[in-house]
Design a protein. Structure first.
Length: 279
């Protein structure tokens, strides 16, 4: 088992084993990172790929952003959502395309978590709700990578979750000596995502470990749990973990606030269900 574990880990940690990112996307991500590149130049670059731009616009107008007016152009998306959010969306369109048919439950869970995160951020008046929503959309990116690179073994991993009554994170640790949060962090750094997106991905199961962006991480953590509790999509886990005390403290939560959030999230998830089925 140890030999197989080492083999799996090397495969996942190898940058070349990460999902292949098309050249145009690498160019776009680099352009967003370059302060000398204007919004107009970045928008033109994204718009040059019709399929990519159409998918980015569809996500930008999805229920989890709840924009009041329809976003009809990439430049408008850049202005309304911000460069970090658009960067995450560009990456999401590529990575999640791989899982829409093979892991529809995880795709729906990710969309639901993004929606819930946006609602929570807005309700608690936390700045840059769009970026937080994008971080939530990407929070389980590590699961996508594991599933993509270890297709045959992944079904056995899910079986372990079922038979032993453990979390998918615990099953990943037993199999790989790492888990989807750490793999997501490696991927985020490989793709040069901003720390505002990386930290919630890396720490959404351990809010206390988050330092620079703990509020954002707490929101993604809470959104993840509330969506699991709603039964929307399937994250891979068979049981819903409790909300961590650190999240309660950071977000100053209480029962009335939670009840109001749950009611609004469950109402919005109906729209997300319709959206996910027409992708």
């Amino acid at each position: 088992m140890k030999e197989k574990q080492t083999q799996f880990l090397e495969m996942i940690k190898d940058i070349r084993s990460l999902p292949t990112i098309p050249g145009i996307v690498i160019k776009i991500l680099s352009s967003i990172d370059d302060e000398r590149t204007s919004f107009k130049e970045i928008s033109s670059l994204i718009a040059s790929d019709q399929t990519l731009s159409a998918r980015v616009l569809r996500l930008a107008n999805s229920p989890f952003y709840s924009v009041k007016n329809k976003i009809s152009s990439i430049s408008q998306a850049m202005l309304m959502l911000g460069s970090n959010a658009v960067k995450g969306l560009v990456l999401s369109t590529v990575v999640f395309k791989m899982m829409e048919k093979s892991a529809m439950g995880l795709w729906e869970h990710s969309l639901g978590t993004a929606t819930a995160a946006h609602i929570i951020a807005k309700a608690l008046k936390v700045a840059k709700a769009e970026e937080i929503s994008t971080a939530a959309l990407l929070h389980d990116i590590g699961k996508v990578i594991i599933r993509t690179k270890l297709k045959d073994e992944y079904e056995e991993l899910l079986l372990q979750v079922e038979e032993k009554g453990i979390s998918i994170k615990e099953a990943e640790m037993a199999w790989l000596d790492t888990d989807h949060t750490e793999i997501g962090e490696w991927a985020g750094r490989t793709w040069n995502l901003p720390e505002e997106l990386i930290e919630p991905i890396a720490c959404h199961h351990d809010v206390e470990r988050s330092k620079a962006h703990q509020e954002r991480t707490a929101i993604v953590h809470l959104a993840d749990i509330l969506v699991m509790a709603s039964g929307f999509g399937f994250s891979g886990d068979r049981f819903v973990p409790p909300i961590q005390e650190a999240a309660y403290k950071v977000l100053d939560l209480n029962d009335p606030i939670l009840e109001a959030l749950i009611e609004e999230i469950e109402s919005k998830l109906i729209e997300v269900k319709d959206f996910s089925q027409t992708q």
